[in-house]
Design a protein around this ligand. Structure first.
Ligand SMILES: Cc1cc2nc3c(=O)[nH]c(=O)nc-3n(C[C@H](O)[C@H](O)[C@H](O)COP(=O)(O)OP(=O)(O)OC[C@H]3O[C@@H](n4cnc5c(N)ncnc54)[C@H](O)[C@@H]3O)c2cc1C
Ligand code: FES
Length: 284
């Protein structure tokens, strides 16, 4: 798969607005929008020019609009986690942001019309909307299953309803939608939609569980993982996880360049966070 070389641009914040528990930030970032594909991400400097926060923060691309008055805009959805995201949640229109992207691998699309189920956890649903557009352009039906701990942490319910006609929502405590996790609801959704492929983005335990359910139905499942990152460009090995290659050999794969999208079945979920002894190049 040929991927566009990432570029570093000084973007301008065009808008920031609150959406439930998140902040939707639109950035004029010419050069990135026109190169990006669903599933890829951007890495932003945070804290301003004198910041002591040296590492960039990664965010999935929610929307990338290549043309328009600002010659390319990208949108990201930010949940406040620590100091970097807190700073981002306070940016204002006109502020300048240093953005690198597009980074990582995109979701692969079916070559023939295929009913697909898109499963998002929290802000993890953000990259699934441009994926749905790309799937529909290939005459693939795309339906959504969205979940989170609470109602305000579900992102994109209305958009999913508008574009897919129906969306199933879960909350852990049942305070909104169906009680439980998206993995709990997945068997019914697979039956209801007749899905032949599953795509998922969200926290690692969710991805693991969703992929296991998909596998029990014999369905392929691509997951966009969220491993802690430092360089974001394949140099530091912070973001590695054990992945089995087509040759059956386990390698520590860098989720920033070889991912974030992986086939669920290739990730050694029990061993994430470790270097299994049979990994290529592991110390004996
Ligand atoms: C591919 C990818 C896509 C992501 N997409 C989104 C998104 O769409 N929306 C969103 O809100 N968040 C997303 N995240 C998570 C986001 O990058 C972290 O929440 C953010 O880096 C935390 O920074 P902080 O300074 O607020 O937190 P801190 O905990 O203070 O961060 C400290 C350091 O740890 C790293 N770090 C901490 N948590 C994470 C994490 N979960 N993932 C990666 N690095 C982390 C940071 O880069 C930083 O270097 C994504 C992460 C990855 C890897
Ligand atoms: S974050 Fe440095 S190699 Fe992936």
């Amino acid at each position: 798969m040929i991927r566009a070389t990432p570029v570093q641009v000084r973007g301008e914040v065009l808008a920031r607005r609150r959406v439930g528990a998140y902040h939707l930030i639109e950035i004029a970032a010419g050069g990135i929008a026109e190169r990006s594909r669903p599933g890829q991400f951007v890495a932003l400097s945070v804290g301003g020019p004198l910041s002591s926060m040296l590492l960039r923060r990664s965010f999935a691309l929610y929307r990338a609009t290549p043309v328009g008055a600002y010659s390319g805009t990208v949108q990201i959805v930010v949940g406040v986690h620590g100091r970097g995201t807190e700073w981002l949640a306070a940016v204002r229109p006109g502020d300048s942001l240093d953005v690198v992207g597009p980074l990582g691998t995109p979701f692969r699309l079916p070559s023939a019309p295929t009913p697909c189920l898109l499963v998002g956890g929290g802000y993890g649903s953000a990259p699934l909307f441009s994926l749905a557009d790309a799937l529909r352009a290939r005459e693939c039906r795309a339906e959504f299953l969205l979940g989170a701990g609470t109602h305000e942490r579900i992102f994109g319910e209305l958009e999913a309803k508008r574009t897919a006609g129906a969306v199933t929502v879960t909350t852990d405590d049942g305070s909104y939608g169906r009680r439980g996790t998206v993995a709990d609801a997945l068997p019914d959704e697979i039956e209801r939609t007749g899905a032949q492929a599953v795509y998922a983005c969200g926290p690692m335990p969710m991805l693991r569980a969703v992929g296991a359910v998909a596998a029990s139905y014999g369905l392929p499942c691509q997951v966009a993982v969220e491993e802690s990152m430092a360089c974001g460009i394949g140099v530091c090995m912070t973001c590695v996880l054990p992945v089995v290659g087509e040759d059956g050999v386990t390698r520590m794969s860098r989720s920033c360049v070889e991912g974030p999208v992986f086939d669920h079945e290739r990730v050694r979920w029990d061993d994430v966070g470790t270097v299994p002894a049979d990994t290529l190049g592991a110390a004996l």
